[in-house]
Design a protein around this ligand. Structure first.
Ligand code: FAD
Length: 436
């Protein structure tokens, strides 16, 4: 299995519980994927609960863990290497690690970022934890989902920025965050600006038979459970607005150019359509929170942000295909399966990734049933991993690291302590007493 996020871990569990011998290979030192490095840092109870479940999975003796190992063309091992080691099936649960840009002018300017990088930064995923980000005082976030809310939360609480504007392509009714998340930042909403914005876009909403009540409720519904205000940041929305270009001076972002949209009904759905009317907003940070795409360097064919799947699956589970497909041969790649965000990028919460990883494993189990049972040469796998000329993280090494971080949290009197670099983690492991 490639990737030890929620999909990989629960997929591994499903496979091991049904008699398969699993080797879980993970790019990061620690398991958990976005559950560890995406979920907002102060959701300690949720994160701790998930970590406990992940530990239980890894305690299964039929699962071997190798962390700090990247699979892919620029990685430590390729899919071909894994086949050569005798694995009968490969399940890719590597998440959606690619960066989805809109291809607009100015994306290279200092101050323009992709949401995932920012999220990885404040969650201390190496090397993003240490990377320098230039968050200014006036920030625009492209998108209106839970990730936009999480990043706003960070910009309010940690960076104490002056202003955040969420740029929303469609109308207020199409915002895509939940009340549970919005409650964390709603205290910073400039209500007067929000009402003024609803009035501004009302004619365009009315033109497609919409009003502003649904959108108002979606946003203000979070007010009764609002978190206290952490900073004076002014948060506002710009609806029916799309980014067109980032403008800068000397390589540094200074403005965001946007275009006003109208809504049009197309194939039974409301879509945005540019009006050609453009204006600029003074900003020093733009963050694109528009979803992710899979990373082709893993070694699988990709089309529009996703690994290509076999549309006529041999082993459908709940009607879905978990099978990788190669358009060059016009055939499924027989031994390769995909699950979690590697099957459908940016789709759903941990619970869904868990279900999807489990279902992907079910498809793999069906495939394995048709193959002869073989004894895996785990020593050959271990030799290959340890021959990679880099520190390889096994389950026992992981336990040492966790013990050091827990002790550090206790010493500092904080709920959680994380090293932000691989070097610090590896040094801490070296210095720690072996755990028996
Ligand atoms: C900002 C943000 C906030 C979120 N907040 C919540 C929340 O509050 N509650 C909630 O339930 N869900 C939340 N989610 C969603 C949740 O994190 C995801 O649904 C889930 O983590 C997806 O699981 P996955 O296993 O498919 O992928 P990931 O979690 O991305 O895991 C992928 C794993 O694959 C590994 N990997 C990647 N590439 C390679 C490679 N080439 N070789 C080897 N290993 C590789 C990575 O190291 C990682 O461990 C949030 C997501 C984001 C982005």
């Amino acid at each position: 299995m490639i990737g030890a996020g929620p999909a990989g871990l629960f997929g591994a569990r499903e496979l091991a519980l049904h008699g398969a011998r699993v080797v879980l290979i993970n790019r990061d030192i620690k398991p958990g994927g976005l559950a560890e490095y995406g979920i907002y840092p102060d959701k300690h109870t949720m994160k701790e609960g998930l970590r406990k479940q992940f530990h239980q999975v890894l305690d299964n003796e039929d699962i071997t863990y190798y962390g700090n190992v990247r699979v892919g063309a620029q990685g430590d091992l390729t899919l071909a290497d894994l086949r050569a080691l005798g694995f009968q099936a490969i399940l890719v649960t590597a998440g959606a690690q690619g960066t989805k840009w809109l291809g607009l002018p100015g994306e290279e300017l200092r101050g323009v970022y992709h949401a995932k990088d920012v999220v990885y930064h404040y969650n201390k995923l190496p090397p993003f934890g240490e990377r320098k980000f230039y968050f200014g005082k006036r920030c625009a976030i492209i998108g209106a989902g839970n990730v936009m809310v999480d990043i706003s939360r960070f910009l309010i609480r940690e960076m104490k920025v002056d202003e955040i504007v969420s740029i929303v392509r469609r109308g207020p009714a199409e915002v895509n965050f939940t009340r549970e998340e919005m409650k964390h930042i709603i205290a910073n909403l400039d209500i007067n600006a929000f009402e003024a914005e609803l009035r501004r876009v009302l004619p365009a909403l009315q033109a497609v038979g919409e009003g502003s009540d649904v959108g108002r409720e979606k946003v203000l519904g979070a007010l009764p459970k609002a978190d206290p205000k952490f900073a004076d940041t002014r948060f506002r929305f710009e609806f029916l607005t799309s980014p067109v270009a980032m403008l800068g001076e000397n390589g540094i972002l200074t403005k965001l150019e946007v275009e006003d949209n109208i809504l049009v009904s197309k194939d039974g759905q409301l879509k945005s359509q540019g009006t050609g009317r453009k204006r600029t907003l003074d900003v020093d940070t733009v963050i694109f929170a528009i979803g992710d795409k899979v990373e082709p360097s893993v070694g699988l064919p990709v089309k529009s942000n996703e690994f290509i799947k076999n549309t006529a699956p041999r082993y459908p589970i709940e009607g879905l295909s978990y099978e990788a497909f190669d358009p060059a041969t016009n055939a499924p790649i027989p031994d390769v399966f995909v699950g979690g965000w590697s099957r459908q990028a940016s789709e759903g919460l941990v619970g869904l990734a868990r279900k999807d990883g489990t279902n992907a494993a079910k498809a793999v189990l069906e495939y394995l049933q048709g193959l002869p049972s073989v004894q895996p040469d785990l020593q050959a796998v271990a030799d290959r991993m340890h021959g990679l000329q880099k520190p390889i993280i096994t389950k026992s090494v992981l336990k040492k690291l966790e013990a050091v971080e827990e002790a550090e949290a206790v010493r500092l009197g904080i709920p959680e302590f994380k090293f932000a670099t691989n070097e610090e983690m590896l040094q801490a492991i070296e210095l720690a007493e072996p755990i028996h």
